[in-house]
Design a binder for this molecule. Structure first.
Ligand code: R5P
Length: 291
């Protein structure tokens, strides 16, 4: 069966790269809105009997992005396409992984239930904190890839005399793996989160940070609160430079500017979400898995 890569609205460039790397046909999904805001999608190609790989990051506009994918995958199935894969480089709703307050919705489980018209889902560094595996929420095959090595390679090529900093306990999975890969030290800090916008981080170490390049790594930069606090703490140790790297750069509420203002020399992300900081390419990582 011939493979077809379908680019959904949020991942056009990444989908093009993937199609080229796996030598598949490429199609941009027609996606727009009716005047009342309802989503409308259309395939401008015969897709019957095709094996389809949809590429859609769930940011920006996660709700629209999700509906677009649900409509596209269900329609593809109705039109006779088979072996459907969804590549969702950034998977939204993963942070709401428990009922933090009574009566709340545990979104990760419900989101997983809504994405069942595909045979498998592939994602990059999903936010797995309170659950350790995607199989706990997905009934379909769910593959978790990690951008760790791509990030480590980037750091190796672009920095010297560096130390890796993880801003909170959960970030050890990135900080320690990356540091080990390039044979440098990692420090993992403790964070206390008060609200979705307010966190406190403390850095107390005997490690000599003066004159070093501190590279702070995390999975997501959302409002930037975590990175801002980590940068401020790192600054006290008078390093040579402070850099922030994340897998998924959302940069909400002026986060990019605020982190720079706090003292970060540069902010870098992968292209799971396409934006001006996407310097680390994950297309090869994904393509390798699709082959
Ligand atoms: C939290 O556990 C995550 O790993 C990130 O640290 C967090 O999502 C970042 O959010 P924000 O940029 O809003 O602090």
């Amino acid at each position: 069966m011939k493979k077809l890569v379908v680019a959904c609205s949020n991942s056009v460039e990444l989908a093009k790269k993937i199609a080229k790397q796996i030598n598949a046909e490429y199609l941009k999904l027609d996606a727009d809105h009716f005047p009342d805001g309802e989503s409308h999608i259309r395939f401008r190609k015969d897709i019957a009997n095709k094996e389809i790989i949809f590429v859609q990051s769930m940011f920006p506009a996660p709700n629209d992005a999700m509906i677009e994918v649900i409509f596209a995958t269900n329609t593809a199935y109705e039109l006779g396409a088979r072996n459907l894969t969804l590549v969702a480089p950034y998977l939204a709703y993963m942070r709401q992984d428990k009922r933090f307050y009574s009566g709340e919705c545990q979104s990760n489980r419900i989101m997983a239930r809504l994405l069942t018209c595909v045979d498998r889902i592939i994602t990059v560094d999903p936010h797995l904190h309170r659950i350790d595996s995607l199989s706990k929420i997905f009934k379909i095959k769910a593959v978790k890839l990690s951008a760790n090595f791509a990030i480590a390679e980037y750091i190796y090529r672009n920095f010297d005399n560096e130390i890796i900093l993880g801003p909170d306990a959960e970030s050890y999975q990135w900080a320690e793996t990356i540091a080990k890969h390039i044979d440098v030290k990692a420090l993992v800090l403790k964070k206390h989160r008060y609200t979705s916008r307010s966190v406190r981080i403390k850095l107390k170490t005997t490690e000599k940070l003066k004159g070093k390049n501190i590279v702070i790594v995390d999975d997501i930069i959302s409002t930037g609160g975590t990175m801002i606090q980590a940068v401020r703490q790192a600054k006290k140790y008078r390093p040579k430079g402070i850099y922030c790297i994340c897998v998924h750069g959302l940069y909400l509420e002026n986060a990019y500017k605020k982190i720079k203002k706090a003292g970060a020399r540069r902010i870098i992300s992968t292209n799971t979400i396409e934006n001006m900081t996407s310097k680390i390419d994950v297309s090869k990582l994904i393509s390798k898995n699709l082959k």
